[in-house]
Write a protein that binds this ligand. Structure first.
Ligand SMILES: [Zn+2]
Length: 267
């Protein structure tokens, strides 16, 4: 599933071809792609809207329109592309936005879990999300307060989008290894040095992901190179880059979790 760095990479690539363009109409081939409003209302309201800016909140792409906002969540397998009219579309291009310059903005989605929202304000969709880990206001102190307010294992807490937005399985495992913290460590047991280390590690992992254009870990997200930088993620049985111990994989809350039992002790 695309996480913050992969979504951010899409946002940066889509700005040049899309900002300033007007959506003339939309083709909806899989109506359940449209979460809000009804597919029929969506098709009516999107016509004639100009794309003013493209940003990101958590794992959502946020398009500010001349009236309202369009949000896209890629979920498991979403892919976004801009291509000239008439060129061959991927057969999974379920939602296609026609633009005023003989191009199309295509949302392809093999597994069909992705969703599209057209709302007055983005917060109608993103209102429950936790803070952005790369935002200037997201200080180590604020992070520490949030950790202390829960007594939950670190790994599932980092994946909880209401705790913090944008981190998924890859960047949680990478950040915990960088910080030398066991994924099952309880969030309210960290000392202030550990809090700071985890805060720095999350930001470092995410920034590295963005710098490498995200991670291409499946057929779907093909953009980036961050998979070549993985320290533990999907490296079960390989040596830890710090100490050489074999990387272990365990299941935590039905998610694969990769870690080094020597560098990330459970205490
Ligand atoms: Zn190690």
């Amino acid at each position: 599933m695309p996480e913050l760095p992969e979504v951010e990479t899409y946002v940066r690539r889509l700005r040049a071809p899309l900002v300033g363009r007007t959506i003339t109409r939309v083709t909806v081939k899989w109506p359940r792609h449209i979460a809000i409003p009804s597919p029929r209302q969506f098709s009516q309201r999107i016509r004639g809207q100009r794309i003013e800016t493209i940003g990101r909140r958590g794992k959502y792409l946020v398009f500010e329109l001349s009236a309202g906002a369009l949000l896209i969540h890629l979920k498991m397998s979403g892919d976004l592309a801009v291509a000239p009219d008439g060129t061959t579309r991927d057969k999974h291009a379920h939602t296609v936005f026609h633009l005023d310059n003989q191009h199309e903005f295509r949302f392809s989605d093999t597994r069909k879990f992705g969703r599209v929202y057209l709302v007055t304000r983005p917060e109608e969709v993103t209102g429950r999300l936790g803070p952005e880990p790369l935002a200037a206001g997201f200080t180590a102190r604020r992070f520490g307060e949030r950790l202390a307010a829960h007594s939950r294992a670190l790994k599932p807490l980092l994946l909880d989008q209401t705790f913090m937005a944008g981190v998924g399985n890859i960047y949680a495992d990478e950040a915990l290894h960088l910080a030398g913290l066991h994924p099952l460590r309880k969030s309210d047991t960290l000392c202030s040095d550990e809090v700071r280390r985890l805060w720095q590690s999350i930001r470092r992992a995410l920034r590295s992901g963005i710098r490498h254009g995200g991670a291409s870990i499946d057929r779907v997200y093909r953009g980036g190179e961050f998979q070549n930088e993985f320290r533990v993620y999907q490296r079960e049985g390989e040596p830890c880059p710090n100490c050489g111990t074999r990387i272990r994989r365990i299941m935590i809350g039905q998610r694969s979790t990769h870690f080094c039992s020597r560098c990330q002790r459970d205490h």
